[in-house]
Design a protein. Sequence first.
Length: 605
Amino acid sequence: MGATRRSIKDFKLRSYQEELAQPAYNGKNTIICAPTGSGKTFVALSICDHHLKSLPKGQKGKVVFMATKVPVYEQQKRIFYEYFENTEYKVEGFSGEENENVPVGMKIEDSDIIILTPQILVNCLTDGSVPSLSIFTLLIFDECHNTIGHHPYNVLMFQYLDLKIGCPGEKLPQIIGLTASVGTGKSRSLMDAVIYISKLCANLDIEEISTVKKNVEELERVVYKPEKCICETRQREQDPFAEVIRKIMAEIEQMAKSVFPHIETMSNIQNRQYGTKQYEQWIVSTQKACYTLQLEDKIKESHICSALFTYTEHLRKFNDALIINDDARTKDALEFLENFFSNIRNGTFTETEQELAKKFEESKLLIATSVADEGIDIPACNLVLLYEYVGNVTKMIQVRGRGRAKDSKCFLVTSKKEQATRERNNLLCETLMNEAVVQVQKQDKKHFLEQSLRFQKDEKKQRDFLKNFKPRELSEENKRLLCLKCKTFACNTDDIRVIQVSHHTVISEDFKDRYFTKPHSNPGTFNGYKKQHKIYCKNTKCGEDWGISGTYLQFQDIPLIKIDKFVVENADGSQKYFNKWVKVTFKMKEFNLEEIQTSFSANSE
């Protein structure tokens, strides 16, 4: 957002930034919509400072600044710390990665300015450590275009709007949203775009969208809009690698059919082509059908499921190789397959956005995935190359904004006509969005606020209706967890225990005999749990990844299992697959310290 490129402690807002901040200074709930690199962080700092100093005597302010990504949170926390250092205001910061044994609710109560990731605040409101949003006087939403659906931003605003509509006398915080693009959703007309933006405003209880109108020339001198170019390239005329891979894939499909002739009936996706996303969807849907495939002969069932899983996993990798070959070099696709066949278990790429930005400062070239899209401050550059990378209009504006140097250019290089078409459509959507914002700004204020309230009440009715649904009853019957791939028995559901709401362990001593471990490639700590190993199905023909093991409290080798790596077998032999713990239909007991002492050894350290 451009904040780190200028002195933080002694900054002075430019005229266009003062213009952006003015509605917020006047106490209005405001979306500040300005280009990437225009210094919206400075505007937020100024609004925060003005807000705290403008409160009536005797009233104590409490400000929350929220960022959706941890690296952005880290960046903004540092900026707020530096700006408010040696003032009367206390600044604290919290994120999911740092929140280790910290009494967040107590620290929030004791602070004036809190920087956090939104899920932290959602959790605090859920567990009651923060009683209500009414304890805050100002909420700032970075990248506020995310306030839709069930994003944590919108979950917070559900609570805000419940207070607004259900408790009219309740004191509510001022709302500020920051974004480079409010977006247009799936709008195809100006009217659709106006409605989409109006609903976003309703979600945030916004009174005004603030854009630069009076000081456009100054903004254009400071923020350079890169020239956007779309370069369509030709595909290979001859591709022997792809021909060989397609033949191999056809042979693997025949092998799968020889094991289970009905494989074609396991998915509704029939029209599929090698090297496409649709083919990957066929693989995924076929694998899901395999999970709950049942035969009278259980040994045969285990053999078939394991074989089909192996075949489809190979098909997935070959399909990925075709996509890589299409987008990059044949050499890259071949190396990808070599890694797969060498059984290299690579850890997740964890290089943070801060490290990327630092490396970019030290060099002349940065190669990144979508981590460079949103929020994080990357130094000015004069060339942005997008290789087969197209998102929605918001992504386009954010990525283009990386080219902040004068006379910078942004190129999309693609051999796919549909990609080029999507990007041209994004350019049209940007024009549509800008026109829609102007239309929203021109609306009669009374009409705009009345319409917003109608949207809010309609949404609340829907939420209340869903709340009144009777929650599904969970079965107390003991069930069996079977390995997803080979159907080997893993554990009973009676032996599963829930740790801190979202993590699940198995207390049966026999369970440890059913898996083997390997050191975790990315060890770390979360919620008091120290992950140290990966655990895998002990069946020598399987080796499916079941989860992790580590130390929790004083206990060693506590496994945490992933439900999407198992199928659940009922007493009648029927099987069901769940991809998330929140969807399971059986009851589970809470983690009990006294009970655990009999199952796990205590750490001697």
